[in-house]
Design a protein around this ligand. Structure first.
Ligand SMILES: NC(=O)c1ccc[n+]([C@@H]2O[C@H](COP(=O)([O-])OP(=O)(O)OC[C@H]3O[C@@H](n4cnc5c(N)ncnc54)[C@H](OP(=O)(O)O)[C@@H]3O)[C@@H](O)[C@H]2O)c1
Length: 281
């Protein structure tokens, strides 16, 4: 199978290279229809993965002040891919986000067909726009991730981000363990599934609880305080989605991931190797 991967240098793109090491990795702007079309005609891939997008550096606040760049990569680009891949009948995968929802949907979690209800950041709005357009077309598998984490020292890993914060949010969320995600994503791709899938681990956890586990497993000396949802607005420019997604659809495929607590703990255990365990002060 010939795989073409856009965004291969990014945090998620690099992880897709682990499951598709032979993938072709072009440096073409996905919003440039002519170049994308020529590339597809030249390479004739069986599968295209779109891990390109703008998430903002150091965080999504960047997208508030760089709206055209964000729109181009998160909306125009996916629409160009929709047209160019659709015209050629090529199956493809688009990385979407669960950060298009707010809340837990009365305890049920949001299912794939629930309309987005979060408009608090430009980043989230662009992700919702492309997600909602793509889902009405065949040939595309839309994978929604949330606050991805693993055992890497990459500064995009949620656990690495949380280690830097003096105050950590105490709000329950669905999260995506990247190793679990890659196994499930590969299975969905092999089955040529299309439509939207919430790619989150079962159960919820708060960033604060993650840092409590971090203290238990890795570093009893790490100091941090609790940040409430009410206080969050004082420390960020754009709003942040806090939400719970249903993973029933994934479960019906027989691809249920381990619980989020199990996977967070397992990532922390593996992070002991590069960091060591701090001794009690
Ligand atoms: N990480 C998360 O927390 C998270 C959560 C949910 C969903 N997602 C989604 O997953 C996707 C990948 O995110 P990521 O965290 O891997 O982001 P990332 O680390 O910023 O990587 C994105 C990659 O896309 C490339 N890119 C951006 N615009 C492009 C364009 N117009 N044409 C071609 N390449 C372009 C970037 O290249 P250059 O920087 O070199 O231009 C970069 O290599 C995004 O769609 C994001 O919304 C991420």
């Amino acid at each position: 199978m010939k795989v073409l991967l856009f965004g291969s240098k990014g945090f998620m793109g690099r992880r897709f290279l682990e499951i598709f090491p032979e993938a072709i990795i072009p440096s073409v702007d996905i919003a440039d229809g002519r170049n994308v079309g020529e590339l597809l005609d030249c390479e004739k891939p069986d599968l295209v993965i779109n891990a390109a997008g703008r998430t903002g550096r150091p965080n999504v606040d960047w997208c508030e002040t760089h709206r055209m760049e964000t729109l181009k990569s998160n909306v125009t680009g996916p629409l160009v891919l929709l047209e160019e891949l659709g015209r050629r009948g090529i199956y493809w995968v688009h990385l979407s986000s669960g950060c298009i929802y707010q809340g837990d949907n009365n305890g049920k979690g949001f299912v794939e067909d629930d309309p987005p209800n979060y408009v608090g950041s430009f980043y989230s709005r662009t992700k919702a726009w492309s997600d909602q357009i793509l889902k009405d077309f065949p040939n595309v598998l839309i994978l929604r991730l949330r606050m991805p984490f693993d055992d890497s020292t990459d500064d995009r890993n949620l656990i690495m981000k949380l280690r830097k914060y003096p105050r950590v949010l105490d709000a329950q969320n669905s999260l995506t363990s990247i190793p679990d995600f890659l196994i499930a994503a590969k299975a969905l791709i092999e089955r040529r599934k299309t439509g939207v899938y919430n790619m989150v681990n079962p159960g919820t956890i708060s960033p604060f609880e993650i840092m409590e586990l971090h203290r238990e497993i890795m570093d009893p000396n790490h100091r941090f305080e609790k940040l409430t949802l009410a206080q969050l607005g004082g420390v960020v420019k754009a709003g942040r989605s806090n939400c719970v997604l249903s993973c029933e659809k994934l479960k019906r495929e027989g691809l249920e991931m381990p619980t989020v607590r199990e996977s967070v703990a397992s990532s922390l255990e593996k992070m002991i190797a590069p960091f060591g365990v701090a001794q009690d002060a």
